[in-house]
Design a protein around this ligand. Structure first.
Ligand SMILES: Nc1nc2c(ncn2[C@@H]2O[C@H](COP(=O)(O)OP(=O)(O)OP(=O)(O)O)[C@@H](O)[C@H]2O)c(=O)[nH]1
Ligand SMILES: [Mg+2]
Length: 458
């Protein structure tokens, strides 16, 4: 990774400015060939992190290609930790690709996707979870997504994980010392103490695992499936929530055949709403395909909006629906509140095992505010917003679960007073999984820990 890479850092197309970024040991050499500052200062002599005005020159012709601003970030005080040059040119697709080509002609290599951030990780500017957060900041589509990504970028999750990691290392250090110096082997009492520590670490990890549902909703938004038998007003409700005539609505049951997905924002959270084909017995062949997709959408959703037509008594298709959503987190809606009520609300709630139902009208808009509020509350999951650390990625959840499995084995072995070697194997495995989130290598860390904690010369 000792070569120099370059890329256009701004989106392709026309805009106000385009930024060409160069990172690596040759960055200043390349820039000094292509850039003439107005005051005549050489690139290597420029004050770091200051903007300098000048011309970008094609060395083959000596002609200016563009008027640019140049910024020099001297290693290690740059995003990648290497020498970085940023050239801010006019925002044309042609001119920026021309500048990039000149940079490549001087020996830089085109950067791979994410390579600048990858270098930042390799050079220790960011850990792996922070590098992931960079992508999340860029992709954030709501305030909640942005604030949780930014917290992770700033190291909130890393700090938490590092503390747990260090606590585990401490235990491992003592086990390793006992292995190396058998005459100082751990007493059962000490093992019990370690077990207590391990269990409290396990509990801390559990909190993080539990935060995943929430974190995922922050990052990706709440996924909601609109389900009900045909004609209850699912598509009408989608349109009402979007305030747009998106889905086809007709008085004929079985109108929607395919799932249809749209996003709305409620306050600071994104909600993805999936309209589905109505569930019913004895559907035709095409409808059956649609119903398969409905089941899939239901399985994928964080929340089901279970819709009934309040102006009709319940029938066999409603009963089918009630069975389909039995194990799903749900919100019950009685639509068509503008018409006389014919449904037995209490009997319905009893069958669904729910306490409340919202009465709404997709056509008049009645009850929409209450519905949005309920959706928002469900997205927050009853948590006060903007506190404790959350995890937002499946990778992290999986690694934490694997850490826990290993820790459970450690605990067991400690309780059963098994040999230090055996316990160390599982503890190492726990550290590997936990450290994997941060992208750590841990052999060196472990040695440091052992030497720091014990007086080896004794
Ligand atoms: N009066 C009244 N009619 C409604 C309301 N919501 C929907 N409708 C009517 O009910 C009929 C069916 O609406 P859709 O939105 O197509 O129902 P759906 O659940 O999507 O039906 P399928 O796609 O067939 O499963 C249409 O004639 C709508 O105008 C409502 O709140 N009040
Ligand atoms: Mg429909």
């Amino acid at each position: 990774m000792n070569d120099t890479v370059a890329a256009i850092a701004t989106p392709v197309g026309e805009g106000g400015i385009n930024i060409i970024r160069i990172s690596g040991p040759d960055a200043t050499r390349i820039a000094s060939i292509l850039f003439q500052s107005q005051g005549g200062t050489q690139v290597a002599d420029l004050e770091p992190q200051r903007v300098t005005y000048g011309n970008l020159i094609d060395p083959a012709t000596g002609q200016a290609v563009d008027e640019v601003l140049l910024i020099y970030f001297r290693a290690p005080h740059s995003y990648t930790g290497e020498d970085v040059i940023e050239i801010h040119g006019h925002g044309g697709a042609y001119v920026s690709s021309k500048i990039l080509q000149l940079v490549l002609d001087q020996g830089a290599r085109p950067a791979e996707p994410g390579e600048f951030t990858r270098r930042a990780f390799t050079n220790g500017r960011l850990d792996l979870s922070q590098a992931e957060a960079v992508a999340d900041v860029i992709h954030a589509a709501s305030d909640k997504a942005l604030t949780s990504a930014l917290a992770q970028l700033k190291g909130q999750l890393s700090d938490k994980l590092n503390a747990l990691y260090d606590a585990l290392l401490q235990v491992l250090g003592q086990l390793e010392a006992a292995i190396d110096f058998p005459e100082e082997g751990l007493e059962f009492k000490q093992k019990q103490q370690h077990d207590k520590n391990i269990q409290s670490i396990h509990a801390e990890i559990q909190k993080l695992v539990d935060s995943y549902r929430q974190g995922k909703i922050y990052r990706e938004g709440l996924r909601v499936a609109l389900v009900g038998k045909p004609n209850v007003g699912k598509s009408s409700l989608l349109n009402a929530l979007l305030q747009e005539d998106r889905a086809i609505v007709t008085p004929h049951p079985g109108t929607t055949r395919d799932t249809l997905e749209e996003r709305v924002r409620i306050n600071d959270i994104h909600i993805t709403i999936v309209d589905t084909a109505g569930l019913r017995h004895e559907a035709g062949e095409i409808e059956e395909h649609g119903i398969e997709r409905t089941r899939h959408a239901l399985a994928q959703a964080d929340l089901a909006l279970v819709i009934f037509d309040g102006s009709h008594a319940l029938d066999a298709n409603d009963a089918l629906l009630i069975r389909e959503v039995a194990d799903k987190k749900k919100l019950v809606l009685l639509n068509k509140s503008d018409l006389p009520t014919m449904i037995d609300k209490n009997a319905l709630l009893k069958q669904l095992g729910q306490r409340t139902a919202l009465e709404i009208s997709a056509t008049t808009g009645d009850g929409m505010e209450a519905l949005k509020d309920a959706l928002y509350q469900s997205a927050l999951g009853g948590r006060p917003s903007g506190e404790a650390v959350v995890i937002t990625r499946e990778r992290h959840r999986q690694a934490l679960a694997q850490t826990q499995e290993a820790l459970t084995r450690v605990s067991q072995s400690l309780q059963e007073d098994r040999s230090e070697d055996l316990i160390a194997v599982d503890l190492n495995s726990a550290l590997e999984h936990l450290g994997g989130i941060l992208g750590k290598t841990f052999v060196d860390d472990l040695l440091d820990q052992i030497f720091n904690d014990f007086c080896i010369g004794k």
